[in-house]
Design a protein around this ligand. Sequence first.
Ligand SMILES: Cc1ncc(COP(=O)(O)O)c(C=O)c1O
Length: 357
Amino acid sequence: MTTAAKSTNSVTLAEAGALYTAGRGYLAACTLGLPTIATINAMHADTEAWARGEACAARYCDVVERVRAGYADLVCVTPDRVAIGSQTSVLAGMVAASVPDGAEVVLPRGDFSSMVFPFLAQAHRGVTVRQVQLADLAASLNEKTWLVAFSLVQSATGKLADIDAIRIAARKTGTFTLCDTTQAAGWMPVDASAFDATICHSYKWLGAPRGVAFFTINSTFAANLHPVNAGWYAGDDVWASCYGPAMALATDARRFDVSPAWPAWVGAEPAIDLFRSLDLAEVRDHNVALGDALCDGLDLPRVGQAIISWPDADGRDLARLTAAGLTASGRAGRARVAFHLFNDEEDVALALAALRP
Ligand SMILES: Cc1ncc(COP(=O)(O)O)c(C=O)c1O
């Protein structure tokens, strides 16, 4: 398995800001991240090579292995614990298909559908989904709970799960943990080894193209999962696995791989490398400081989050932000803005000027 050099903290926040062609007024990393110049250039070069008839499957596979190793380093696991895919829902669906008949799964109410629907879709086998308030997640687990599945950072509200409490409760009740880090990885340090499994779609805070998703898993949980999406890429020897009739799957996490959307991985390589080069605690402090400054200006309590959202049932505040040329979003009857490393105090000032003219 390919290995990657360790994270370095070699790029400062100020240097990182200069790697983007946009960002001013872009308050939507929680919806869709921005590419750096390196990602744009890599994707251009790949498209041109493809057009010349020079794209090469084996080279794409090398890229995927480098990105797998880089992502493993980013989230503190080894590459043999990382599987690849293209969407959260498909990876969650594989876990959901492995929940034993009649077992219980506990989820936070209001979590993103790609983490919820795959489990609801198992109702025909008697799988029960209990949805509770995020704050009650840890206390809601009991010996009958097979799995607790939740986002580390909630999509609609930006709220953080109390992972220490959830892990302690899950250990006591013998419950497996599945954490979606899509709204967390890239703006805060994430340790995937703290959970039995994690899922991350990297097109938001990590700025990769859509279609690059990761699944991390430990060996105990892996022994309980069925690789229901297995194809040639899940084979022990990928290129010897293109045809049946026999199936010899990889023995490590690669057996959960789904064949990659190649060009997206070319764009993901510089994206993941950038975030491995940053001090993610510094990125978190920067993003949270901007979020807190917006809360101060809006007379909202500080929440210590990179995503700030507030009730906006009629969409008036979102319309104000949009009319001022800012890119924000609305979710679940709330206006939602996100601050990332390409934003600064001027973005906060622009948002406040639009909302409190
Ligand atoms: C927490 C979370 N997970 C996953 C996704 C994306 O899901 P999928 O990869 O199935 O498109 C989103 C998108 O907003 C999200 O907020």
